[in-house]
Design a protein around this ligand. Structure first.
Ligand code: ATP
Ligand code: ZN
Length: 301
């Protein structure tokens, strides 16, 4: 097992992570990507069912839909928007002058219709809502996206851009809850099969500000969020998967209804692909050829 204090420098020395000069934004080596791809394959294979629809999103989403989701109430500190130059020739010259002088050339850029996707499931609710009522038995969707969160850190497990694979269930309260408990059991088994020491805990999202404290404690009290914690880089284990029950929150915002017209309940399960890869590297070492045979067989068979 690799020792904690050096994980970041070992990753950089081994050219697994290639620093870019910005915290939490790295290039990833072929070797690192090999592990990420194996984790992703495993996550896709475990959840594969005939009825699951698969959608991959780019890292940006419809800004109006992010506003509609309520994300800005809870997480204004994490959000990223895409700004554009909208000026004429004169404005272009002024912009170049600002660059030349080291002044702020971005001040005249304007936000457009894009925001960076904060979690893989956010773009999907509006899409499903527009389809009308859910079919009998609800829906299962597998989503993947690069995500952005403005949380610069020296911790290799806390990136500003990272990949998330999510399973989303929309249906009755029972369907949403049984989906989540199935995945909690599956996640424990995944950690066991990958020989990663793990704990499962009730958790809360990092809501912003004073009202956020109340939101977080209510989320914990109702056990709406669980996390699978693995050893990554700090003293404390890191959330590598999360299991969220939104009750009717998203359905009410979007108007997603079950086949009988009642508000749908939704749940999602997220895999943090880089964190899973880092947990494997931390636990089994940087030489993938030396990993335990059962782990290799599971990831690369
Ligand atoms: P944390 O509490 O560590 O900030 P979170 O609970 O907010 O994470 P979720 O919103 O549940 O995370 O996101 C789903 C998964 O995405 C997490 O379980 C984690 O594996 C991954 N993830 C979240 N934030 C980051 C990040 N900054 N860098 C890398 N992976 C992340
Ligand atoms: Zn989600």
């Amino acid at each position: 097992m690799l020792e904690r204090p050096d994980l970041m420098s070992q990753l950089v020395d081994n050219k697994m992570l290639i620093p870019t000069g910005v915290k939490g934004i790295y290039g990833f080596s072929g070797e690192f990507e090999n592990v990420v791809a194996a984790v992703e394959r495993l996550a896709r294979a475990i959840g594969k069912q005939g009825t699951t629809e698969t959608i991959s999103f780019p890292p940006a989403m419809n800004r109006a839909q992010l506003e509609d989701s309520g994300y800005l109430h809870g997480f204004p500190h994490l959000v990223g928007t895409v700004h554009h130059f909208c000026g004429d020739d004169q404005d272009h010259l002024l912009l170049l002058d600002s660059v030349e002088e080291g002044a702020d050339w971005t001040k005249d850029l304007r936000a457009g219709d894009l925001a960076l996707t904060p979690a893989a499931c956010y773009p999907v609710y509006g899409i499903v809502a527009r389809r009308g009522r859910l079919p009998e038995g609800g829906v299962n969707i597998l989503l993947s996206s690069y995500c952005f969160r403005r949380e610069p850190s020296d911790d290799p497990g806390r990136l500003q851009m990272f990949r998330m694979l999510e399973y989303v269930r929309m249906g009755t309260p029972e369907e949403a809850l049984s989906f989540r408990s199935l995945w909690i059991d599956r996640a424990r088994e995944i950690a066991e099969m990958l020989l990663l020491p793990a704990t499962m805990e009730v958790a809360a999202d990092p809501f912003f500000g004073r009202p956020g404290k109340i939101m977080a404690s209510s989320q914990r009290e109702q056990a709406l969020k669980f996390e699978l914690l693995l050893r990554v880089s700090g003293e404390q284990p890191t959330a590598c998967m999360s299991f969220n029950y939104h009750q009717a929150h998203f359905a009410e915002r979007w108007g997603i209804a079950c086949s009988d017209g009642s508000p749908a309940h939704t749940a999602c399960v997220g895999f943090g692909l880089e964190r899973m890869a880092l947990a494997l590297l931390r636990e089994h070492g940087f030489d993938v050829a030396e990993w335990p045979g059962t782990v290799r067989a599971l990831l690369w068979s």
